[in-house]
Design a protein around this ligand. Structure first.
Ligand SMILES: [Zn+2]
Length: 169
């Protein structure tokens, strides 16, 4: 497999293939040390950028290190990620031509007040890298907050903490 890292139109650096990839191919493993969610929160509490990948129920994360951490998010991706026996693989979900940038849907969750705006440019772009479930959860939380603020006659509540350790799954 011939993957290269170079600057991307989507975001900073991206991962590109120099050879065609067939649908269903395991392209690259998302490698890195396994740490607990608490360790990750501690380590990255002041960091704007993280490459954490949530495993299983999310209590363990991969602290991304290697080629796969450069793969950008897209709302109309050409890859997906599969967790197989504790390892995470990036797999092609369609045929990919030589020169294309590899992408998968980050489906972010647990990012606190991080906006995670998406600029993937896909026709189906949902304008955020958060998962559909997370978007719904956030909408409900915002509604509750607005209601509370209205009751208190105050202009919104401040978040209780700022955890920028956004994970994808
Ligand atoms: Zn998008």
């Amino acid at each position: 497999m011939s993957l290269i890292i170079r600057s991307s139109a989507i975001h900073a650096a991206g991962c590109y293939t120099t050879a065609p990839i067939k649908k269903g191919t395991r392209v690259v493993e998302y490698t890195g040390p396994r740490i607990s969610k608490d360790e990750a929160d501690e380590k990255y509490q002041d960091s704007p950028t993280t490459y954490l990948f949530g495993l299983g129920d999310g209590s363990q994360v991969i602290d991304g290190h290697g080629t796969a951490m450069f793969i950008n998010h897209s709302c109309d991706p050409n890859c997906e990620t599969d967790e197989i026996r504790g390892r995470v693989w990036v797999t092609a979900i369609r045929d990919i031509a030589a020169g294309e940038e590899l992408t998968y849907d980050y489906n972010l969750y647990d990012g606190a007040d991080d906006e995670a705006i998406c600029n993937c440019g896909a026709a189906t772009c949902r304008k955020t890298m958060y998962s559909e479930d997370e978007i719904k959860k956030r909408a409900r939380a915002a509604k509750r907050l607005a209601k509370k603020a209205a009751l208190n006659g105050k202009n919104g509540a401040s978040p209780s903490h700022s955890n920028r350790a956004t994970r994808h799954k």
